[in-house]
Design a protein around this ligand. Structure first.
Ligand SMILES: NC(=O)c1ccc[n+]([C@@H]2O[C@H](COP(=O)([O-])OP(=O)(O)OC[C@H]3O[C@@H](n4cnc5c(N)ncnc54)[C@H](OP(=O)(O)O)[C@@H]3O)[C@@H](O)[C@H]2O)c1
Length: 188
């Protein structure tokens, strides 16, 4: 599907590193119809709140960069939150997007979805062929569920919902907290 300047694009997680970078790029490219909503006014883990937002705002395109994100320590210390928060956010956004007629959705997976001992360089076919890295297993399982939900909507309903798998990212608006940040941000 071609991106049109008139498209209403919802960037979920626009205060975060990835969401803010994509928003800056879309603003630079002069997309006039950008939609954002911070967590203080819309908690995407709230199913009815998310459904209401999508039904009223009716975006054409969704960039789903809202997630519970953290480094090795946070992932290892809080597997319940990394599993549940991410499942809730992504389920609510992906399902509401489908129900409100969103034409394209981009979901952010992560390279940690692949088995810990996957042959390098990692191929997409390595998914679900072996055990995950235990420290971020909960987060990776949530991400795999999000990817599979997008694929299921595509297969069952023809939805144009796709996923990308970034490796380690760093940049403006990164999290530099030593307890919760990724390795690169912690080193910086
Ligand atoms: N960073 C990396 O190296 C990396 C690598 C691979 C994949 N990814 C993926 O890329 C995506 C974006 O990551 P990021 O590094 O940009 O993370 P981030 O900087 O932590 O940003 C996440 C954003 O999600 C928002 N958010 C969290 N819970 C929410 C909720 N319940 N309701 C509404 N908004 C909520 C946060 O809001 P607040 O600002 O209010 O906290 C924040 O703006 C994630 O899916 C992540 O898994 C990132």
């Amino acid at each position: 599907m071609e991106l049109k300047k008139s498209n209403k694009i919802f960037v979920a997680g626009h205060h975060g590193m990835v969401g803010s970078a994509l928003l800056r790029r879309l603003e630079t490219e002069r997309f006039p119809n950008l939609l954002t909503c911070g967590r203080s006014s819309l908690d995407l883990s709230d199913e009815s709140g998310a459904a209401k937002f999508f039904a009223e705002a009716k975006p054409d395109i969704v960039i789903l960069a809202a997630a519970k994100v953290g480094g090795i320590k946070a992932n290892n210390d809080y597997p319940v939150e990394f599993l549940l928060d991410n499942l809730r956010i992504q389920n609510n956004v992906i399902c509401s997007a489908f129900q409100s007629g969103v034409r394209k959705l981009l979901f952010f997976g992560s390279s940690c979805i692949y088995p810990k001992l996957a042959p390098q360089p990692i191929r997409e076919t390595a998914l679900l062929t072996g055990a995950l890295e235990p420290t971020n297993e909960a987060y990776a399982i949530a991400k795999i569920a999000g990817i599979k939900l997008c694929q299921a909507y595509a297969r069952e309903h023809g939805a144009n919902f796709i996923s990308v798998m970034p490796t380690n990212l760093y940049g403006p608006n990164d999290n530099f907290d030593l307890e919760t940040s990724h390795v690169m941000a912690a080193l910086l």
